[in-house]
Design a protein. Sequence first.
Length: 223
Amino acid sequence: MREVVTAEEGEVFDIELEESLLEANRRLAEQNRALLDQHGIRAIDVMGSVGSGKTSLISCLVERLKDQYRIAYIAGDLTTTIDADLIARHGIPVVQVNTGKECHLDANLVAKALKRLDLASTDLIFIENVGNLICPAEFPLGSHDRLVVVSITEGPYVVMKHPYIFMEAQVAVINKVDLAEVMGVDVGKLEADIRAVNPSLRTVRTCCRTGEGVEDVIEALGL
Ligand code: MG
Ligand code: ZN
C-alpha cells in the first residue's frame, strides 16, 4: 500500500508570513515593471535548474542580438560570479546579484540591480534566475516574459514534477536535445507534458552548445 501525505491550504505553519512576503514581492515587481516600461525596456526572466543551460542560451541570444538591441544582463547566483564573467565577455553591462542562501531572485533584488544599470541606454535585459525549478515561479520580478529552460539530462519527468513554473512562463525551451537518445528521453513526451500543464506556452527545442534552435527562441520571444 502506498500512503501519500499532502499539505492542505493554510496548513503550512508560516503561511501568513509567506502571504505577506509574496504580496510585498508582487508590489515591488509592479514597480520594476513600471520603471522598465518608462524606459521602453523589455526584460526576460530566464528560469531553470542548475546546469539546464540558462547561461549558454543567454550567451547565444546576446551574441545573435547584440547588434540589434542594447542588452544588459542580471545574473542571480548564490555566491559565484561564473555566469556573470561568462556573459561579460560579450562586452555588455552585467550586474551580479549574490543571493546568499536565497534560492530564487526576488523583485527587491532585481530593483537593486536595475539601479546599477544605465536604463536610458538599455533596450533589453536578460535576468538569469537562481538555478531552481520551484520557488522562482512564485516570485515575479517585473519582467515582461518568463522563459523556462529544461534539459534532457533532467530526465523524463521534469515537467510533470514541476508544473507551477510552466504555468507562470510564456516560453519553454527544451535544451540538450542532442542527448535525447543516449538519455532515453522522449522529447515529444516532454512537449506533450508542457502542453498539458499550459497549452498557451510556446515550446522550442534547442542545443545551446551548437546554437541549434536559438533562432526559434528569438522568434518565440518576438525579438
Ligand atoms: Mg547559469
Ligand atoms: Zn527560493
